[in-house]
Design a binder for this molecule. Structure first.
Ligand code: 5RP
Length: 223
């Protein structure tokens, strides 16, 4: 099975987690796009969606799915999104597509976070994938130098890329993230950082993994 076929299968499986007549949150990326396409035929079962990026809002709208501004919404029943890496405790690295800040906001509001990914994304230790950090443009050099001295790794500005929020992304190479919650907080504490791609303090609740033998459902009880 190709990676895209696995992504398509988990996207289809995620439809089972839709809560009828509610507003759901929708992530960004190729796996989330497969989910949006799977959602289209059953769109009348939900009130609509909050999108984690302009690209996702456009795709939802093109399928006739109503997109809500987060400020108009009281609650989000479930958030469905992909990831760049997950460890066995469902701490994630996200932001390969640069949508990490809005993704983190929607995930924070959602009652449940269902992460959909192909099996290549499950790792023992996070950090093989470069960790994205969204920064205010004028602070890019400062945050880069502070990451090197406080966290380690080699941050590099993502070239020719501006986020939906008008900011830059630093991709931090060479990290081995043994304490994801602490590292997430430590990066957020650097002035000029908007957010970072570690989703550990609010990780996924359920991980749907596409494998050659079908979709594996892994779930975690968070305290
Ligand atoms: C975008 C993300 C995506 O969820 C992540 O990059 C995974 O993408 P894909 O589903 O294309 O593999 O965090 O900011």
């Amino acid at each position: 099975m190709t990676q895209d076929e696995m992504k398509q299968e988990v996207a289809q499986e995620a439809i089972k987690y839709i809560v009828k007549d509610t507003i759901i949150g929708v992530g960004t990326g190729s796996t989330a796009n497969f989910f949006i396409d799977a959602l289209a035929p059953i769109k009348n079962q939900i009130k609509g969606a909050v999108a984690s990026s302009v690209a996702t809002a456009d795709r939802l709208t093109s399928h006739g799915i109503k997109v809500y501004d987060l400020n108009e919404v009281d609650s989000i029943s479930v958030y469905i999104d992909g990831a760049d890496e997950s460890d066995n405790d469902f701490n994630l690295i996200k932001g390969g597509g640069g949508a990490l800040t809005r993704e983190k906001i929607v995930a924070a509001v959602a009652q449940k976070f269902v992460c959909i990914a192909d099996e290549s994304k499950l790792v023992e230790t996070l950090g093989n994938f470069d960790l994205p950090v969204e920064v205010i443009p004028m602070a890019a050099n400062y945050v880069k130098n502070e990451i090197i001295s406080r966290i380690g790794g080699s941050p590099k500005i993502r070239e020719n890329f501006v986020t939906d929020n008008g900011n830059y992304i630093l991709d931090v190479h060479g990290l081995q993230i043994l304490k994801p919650k602490e590292t997430e907080r430590a990066i957020d504490a650097i002035v000029g950082t908007v957010t970072n791609g570690l989703f550990a303090n609010r990780g996924a609740d359920i991980l749907l993994l596409g494998t050659n033998d079908g979709v594996k459902t892994l779930s975690l009880k968070r305290s």
